[in-house]
Design a binder for this molecule. Sequence first.
Ligand code: RP5
Length: 171
Amino acid sequence: MDQPPPQHPTPLVAVIMGSTSDWETMRHAAATLGQFEVPHLCEVVSAHRTPAKLAAFSESAAARGFEVIIAGAGGAAHLPGMVAAGTSLPVLGVPVESRALRGVDSLLSIVQMPAGVPVGTLAIGRAGAVNAALLAVAILANSRPALRARLERFRREQTERVAAATLPPEG
Ligand code: RP5
């Protein structure tokens, strides 16, 4: 008898990015969500190169079951703000480190949203990608006690690891 195709749980978090070149940074968000077994989808959606796809994505995101959107972009990084313009879901913005200005351009493009359309902006690069995923987990955990317990265990283990760390001998 044929086996039914594997059921993939509906993704709760969308990890979108402006270009495949952002994946090196954004893969850390995906990996962190994976660590918490949070179903997620990763996709390239460009504010500048695929504006119609961006509009369709943001307007359908809530109906598709996403609860949080993580958007990473570099340079003139309009993606997080533009996706936030089309949805009331929480949008977390990750400034990708650009070659020319080391991500300061990305950071300023994402962080300075006018009042009324918020984007929660994280740090430039890998730290921002990891923390965006941890914030997404914290948001989802508000209504999922098992996820809250897992997040608290992660934090406890991190604390224990840092407390037990030793420095190399001097000289
Ligand atoms: C942005 O332009 C992307 O988010 C990326 O960070 C940057 C450069 O894109 P590529 O020229 O590498 O495709 O839209």
